[in-house]
Design a protein around this ligand. Structure first.
Ligand code: ARG
Length: 457
């Protein structure tokens, strides 16, 4: 025990089990040892330990690091958390000098530092995996550049769009997710070390030097805040929950598109599973998991926010609950992002089925726009086309099957050239504004996307 001196009695075994966080925080070993190496050097710079002692501490820590790295580190029953375990082993290796490492430091600033260091690397990993999914979306968009399908609102056929446009819509959501992660990383890049328990270390530590040597952008400006807040962790959980939410929307649409009823896409065997009873089944489990994990990720965020709320002052042990949700969110997305990327990259697109779903009613807006060009105010044009749709429905035909006589009965503005309007490709091509669904516009999107991906590698 690091704190046994003032106690007479022993900790109850179950209390010890409850108190221990090693099972969760042992994965901070690398960050913990890096932090300690930098701290030992900072202590020497402040002449709290001699240069020789700092070297002994660093050499010992290097050995502990090597044991972890080789998977050979042996935990002791009394190791309460990763910080305790590393220090205990250091003292076994380096002897009495090991007892000098924790001078002027608390586990409160130590754990906050370790966690932030870990998080900065975790975010780099997530950014890379995000790029992987974005690249899969762009790749697919390029090969389906001119594939026309209905765009849906309210899950009802709305207007013809390009499948590439739909794919790219998910690209941009992920782009914002990556921007958010990068911003979260910036705010995480503030070093608590040197804050000690809550009031700041009592030794003349050069915190700027310490922050630089650990790769932090800055040293925390307030020691009390530095050990108290886990906003950086909540922020990462929000980012992950939102990524989950974005993935769930992509997944849900693909699940729908892969049904026999739609038949727009088919997932490759590599990302599908079968049924234990129905031999014919091919289930989109990976996409369903993407949809389901979003719920779990949202729960992890709300869980940590609930732990953080109302904590009275500086460090409270409640904060030990901070790591498990963040690790779980990271582990979830570290697998989910590449799986969704693989699913998208390998799915087979049925262009004919998509095209066949674009019936003439999807061009109703085009007819209204046509009437506007003939001089009708849009509201009136909308009403005219509404009547046209009703007439076609009554007769069980498409709006493009109404003959000129019928059309002119509804409005005198119709002329022979209305026939040209009933071409889905034209309707799509007309949307060549910035961000529109026209092939030209989608090509611009893809070029912009490619340069964003290129600059992020
Ligand atoms: N295991 C603890 C945690 O994860 C380390 C900090 C302990 N600090 C303390 N004052 N007991 O939060």
């Amino acid at each position: 025990m690091l704190w046994g001196g003032r106690f007479e009695g022993k900790l109850d075994p179950l209390a010890m089990q409850l108190n221990a966080s090693l099972a969760v925080d042992k994965r901070l070993w690398d960050a913990d040892i890096r932090g300690s190496v930098a701290w030992a050097r900072a202590l020497a710079r402040a002449q709290v330990v001699s240069a020789g002692e700092a070297e002994e501490l660093c050499a010992g820590l290097q050995k502990v690091w090597a044991e972890f790295n080789a998977g050979e580190f042996v935990f002791a029953p009394g190791d309460e958390d990763i910080h305790t375990a590393v220090e205990r082993r250091l003292s076994e290796i380096a002897g009495a000098v090991g007892g000098k490492l924790h001078t002027g430091r608390s586990r409160n600033d130590q754990v906050a530092t370790d966690f932030r260091l870990w998080m900065m690397e975790a975010i780099d990993q997530l950014l890379l995996r995000g790029v992987g999914l974005q690249a899969a979306l762009v790749g697919k968009a390029e090969s389906e550049l001119e594939t026309v399908l209905p765009g849906y609102t309210h899950t009802q056929r709305a207007q013809p769009i390009l499948f590439s446009h739909w794919l790219m819509s998910h690209f941009w959501a992920l782009q914002r997710d990556r921007e958010r992660l990068a911003q979260t990383r910036q705010r995480a890049s503030v070093m608590p070390l040197g804050s000690a328990a809550l009031a700041g270390t009592g030794f003349a530590i050069d915190r700027q030097w310490l922050a630089d040597s650990l790769g932090f952008a800055a040293a925390s400006p307030n020691s009390h805040d530095a050990v108290a807040d886990r906003d950086f962790a909540a922020e990462l959980l929000f980012d992950c929950a939102l990524i989950g939410s974005h993935l769930s929307r992509l997944a849900d649409a693909l699940i729908l598109y892969s049904t026999a009823e739609f038949g727009f896409v088919e997932m490759s065997d590599a990302y599908s599973t079968g049924s234990s009873i129905m031999p014919q089944k091919k289930n989109p489990d990976m996409l369903e998991l993407a949809r389901g994990k979003a719920g779990t990720l949202i729960g992890l965020l709300t869980g940590l926010l609930a732990v953080m709320k109302g904590l009275p002052s500086a460090y409270d042990k409640d904060l030990q609950e901070d790591k498990a949700p963040v690790f779980a969110a990271f582990d979830t997305l570290a697998v989910l992002l590449p799986v969704v990327a693989g699913t998208v990259a390998t799915m087979v697109v049925n262009r004919e089925r998509m095209r066949a779903a674009v019936d003439a009613s999807l061009l109703a807006t085009e007819v209204a726009d046509y009437l506007v060009r003939k001089g009708l105010p849009f509201r009136q044009a909308h009403g005219v086309v509404g009547k046209m749709v009703r007439r076609a429905l009554e007769r069980g035909i498409g709006i493009d099957d109404l003959i000129m006589g019928e059309l002119r009965e509804i409005s005198g503005a119709f002329e022979e050239d209305v026939r040209d309007v009933f071409e889905a490709a034209k309707a799509v091509a007309a949307r060549n504004v910035i961000g529109g669904a026209a092939p030209e516009s989608v090509r611009d999107q893809i070029a912009a996307a490619r340069s964003l991906l290129g600059s992020s590698k």
